[in-house]
Design a protein around this ligand. Structure first.
Ligand SMILES: [Zn+2]
Length: 514
C-alpha cells in the first residue's frame, strides 16, 4: 500500500433498510451498518448500539435503503467528453472516429485529468462506487497520460481499476478485407502512424503497477488489457498474460463483439477468436471477456471451463447494432456476468441502472420461455458481485458483509422510483435511474451527499472542462475529417462481413435488408 493519504473516517449508518446482496441474501427493514478503517465492521439490527469505540459520524438513515455500491465493470474513460457526438455507427466505423487510426497529438495532461474526473463524478452521483476502466490513449500511451487518469480517480474518491488499452499492430491488420480495400497511400499512412511496441507498452505497465497498484489505501489498482486478441501481437499478448498472473490482475479482452470479428477469426486464424485465445494457452479465470455476442456453444464451453467472467454492455451493444449476447446460455454454462456501460460515446451516459433495465428487457427477444429472461435478483448480483469477481475481489467487494470494503449507496425510498414500494429488487432494476441516490460511500468515505460531491469543487471542474472543450473539439473535428475519408472502405468491409454466413445470428434478421 503506497500513497495512503486518505485515512477513512468511522461511520455509523443507523436504521436503514439494508439489502446486503451477500451469499445468504440477507435483508433487514431496519438495521445499522458500522464502518471502520474503510471496511464494514458490523451490520444488522442494532449493530451500532453501544459500539465500543467513538464513531466520527452518524447518518440517520430512516427511510433510506443501504445497499452495495454498483460496479461499472466495463468502461473507457477517454470517451468521457464525447457523449452525443456520434450518429449510429457499427463498431468498426465508430472506432474510426473514437480512436482515429491516423491520429496525432496527445491526450496527456490536464485534459485527461478533467475528462476522467467528469466521468467519475457522474458515476458517484448515481451510486456507482467502483469502475473498471479499460483506458486507451490516443495516439500513444505515456507515463504522463496514465498518471493523469490515475490522479483524477485518486482525487475523485471512486474505486478504480485501470488498464492500458493499446493495440500494437497496424490498423488494417486488425480487420478482414481492409488490406485489399484500402488505397496504397492510406495503407502507407497507417503503417507510419504512431504505434508502440509490446516492450514499450510492458514498460508502461511496470510504471502503472509500481506507481499506482494499491495506491490511495488500496482504492486504486492496475488491470491489464490487450483490447482484443486480433489487435495485438502474440508476444505482447503473452507478456500481458504473464503480468496478469504474476500480480493477479484482471485481464480486459473484447471478444466477438461483432459479426465482423466472427468473420475475421475464420479468415485470419481459421477459428473463433475464443478458440484462438484458448489455443494460445491464454484463456484463464482472470479474463473478463467483454461483449461475447457472436459466440457459439463451443465458445461458451471454453469460457465456462476457463472460469472467465463476461462483461455485458447491452446499451452499448444496441447503440452500435452489435447484436444480442446469448445471456441465458452463458448463465446456464455457469459463466458469471457483470454489467458495464462501456463508454460515453456508446451509451451517452454512465447510467448503470439503465444498463440493468436494458438487460432485463433485451433478452425477452431471445426466447418466449419467460423463465429464461433475466431476473432482478441476478441482475442486482451482476451489478455488484459480478463486477467484484471480474476485479478479482469476489470476497471483499460488491456485498455488505463484515470485513468487506465499505462501498455503499444510500437510496431514498421516498423517491418516485419506490412510490409505492411493492417489490424492492424489481423496482431497483425497473424503476430506479440513479435519481434516488442520496449518499455514495467509497472505502468508508462519504464522497457524494445530498446532491453534492464532497471530494472536489464540481462547479470549478465543469467550468474548466468547458474551457478545454474548444481545443478538444478542434482535435475531434480534425480526426473526424480523416475518418470521413476512410469511412467508405470501412463501410464496404462491414457490409461484406455482414453478408457472410457464420452459422449463427445475433440480430433480428427480419428487420434487415440483405
Ligand atoms: Zn469496450
Amino acid at each position: 500500500m503506497k500513497h495512503s493519504t486518505h485515512t477513512p473516517a468511522s461511520l455509523l449508518i443507523r436504521n436503514a433498510h439494508v439489502l446486503t446482496l451477500d451469499d445468504a441474501d440477507r435483508e433487514w427493514a431496519r438495521a445499522d451498518v458500522v464502518i471502520e478503517d474503510g471496511r464494514i465492521a458490523a451490520l444488522g439490527p442494532d449493530a451500532g448500539r453501544d459500539w465500543p469505540r467513538r464513531l466520527d459520524r452518524v447518518i440517520e438513515a430512516e427511510g433510506l435503503l443501504a445497499m452495495p455500491g454498483l460496479i461499472n465493470a466495463h468502461f473507457h474513460s477517454p470517451g468521457n467528453l464525447m457523449k452525443g457526438t456520434l450518429p449510429g455507427y457499427p463498431l468498426e466505423v465508430f472506432m474510426l472516429y473514437e480512436v482515429p487510426p491516423l491520429a496525432s497529438g496527445g491526450d496527456a495532461g490536464r485534459l485527461a485529468y478533467v475528462r476522467t474526473m467528469i466521468g467519475a463524478l457522474e458515476m458517484l452521483r448515481r451510486g456507482i462506487t467502483a469502475v473498471h476502466d479499460d483506458a486507451y490513449h490516443v495516439p500513444v500511451a505515456s507515463e504522463a497520460s496514465i498518471d493523469a487518469i490515475m490522479r483524477a480517480y485518486e482525487d475523485a474518491g471512486i474505486r478504480a481499476t485501470v488498464a492500458i488499452d493499446q493495440p500494437n499492430i497496424v490498423e488494417y491488420e486488425k480487420y478482414p478485407y481492409l488490406a485489399d480495400l484500402l488505397p496504397a497511400e492510406e495503407k502507407r499512412a497507417m503503417e507510419r502512424a504512431p504505434r508502440q511496441s509490446g516492450e514499450e507498452l510492458l514498460a508502461l505497465y511496470r510504471h502503472l503497477i509500481e506507481r499506482w497498484h494499491g495506491a490511495a489505501g488500496g482504492r486504486l489498482a492496475a488491470a491489464v488489457s490487450c483490447s482484443a486478441p486480433q489487435r495485438v501481437t502474440t508476444d505482447y499478448f503473452a507478456g500481458l498474460s504473464e503480468l496478469s498472473k504474476r500480480y493477479d490482475l484482471p485481464f480486459n479482452i473484447h471478444i466477438l463483439e461483432t459479426k465482423l470479428q466472427r468473420v475475421l477469426g475464420q479468415e485470419k486464424f481459421g477459428k473463433s477468436l475464443v478458440r484462438y485465445v484458448h489455443d494460445l494457452g491464454l484463456l484463464d479465470e482472470r479474463m473478463m471477456v467483454i461483449h461475447a455476442i457472436w459466440i457459439d456453444d463451443a465458445d461458451i464451453e471454453l469460457l465456462a471451463r476457463a472460469g472467465c467472467t463476461v462483461a455485458h454492455n447491452p446499451v452499448c451493444n444496441l447503440r452500435l447494432g452489435s447484436g444480442v449476447m446469448p445471456y441465458r446460455a452463458l448463465r446456464d454454462a455457469g459463466v458469471p456476468i457483470c454489467l458495464g456501460t462501456d463508454e460515453m460515446n456508446t451509451d451517452d451516459s454512465v447510467n448503470l441502472w439503465f444498463v440493468a433495465k436494458t438487460a432485463a428487457l433485451l433478452h425477452t427477444l431471445a426466447t418466449p420461455e419467460w423463465r429464461d429472461w433475466p431476473q432482478p435478483q441476478e441482475l442486482l448480483r451482476a451489478l455488484t458481485r459480478g463486477g467484484a469477481r471480474a476485479l478479482r475481489r469476489a470476497d471483499s467487494l460488491g456485498q455488505l458483509a463484515v470485513g468487506c470494503a465499505a462501498d455503499l449507496a444510500l437510496l431514498d425510498l421516498d423517491s418516485v422510483a419506490f412510490t409505492p414500494l411493492n417489490d424492492l429488487r424489481r423496482q431497483l432494476v425497473h424503476c430506479e435511474d440513479g435519481g434516488s441516490v442520496r449518499y455514495t460511500i467509497v472505502a468508508g468515505r462519504v464522497v457524494y451527499e445530498e446532491g453534492r460531491i464532497t471530494t472536489i469543487d464540481e462547479r470549478a471542474l465543469r467550468a474548466e472542462m468547458r474551457a478545454l472543450m474548444s481545443g478538444y473539439r478542434e482535435q475531434l473535428e480534425r480526426a473526424g475529417r480523416e475518418a470521413q475519408r476512410l469511412e467508405p472502405y470501412y463501410r464496404e468491409m462491414v457490409l461484406r462481413a455482414a453478408a457472410q454466413d457464420v452459422g449463427m445470428n445475433r440480430w433480428l434478421e427480419a428487420e434487415r435488408r440483405s
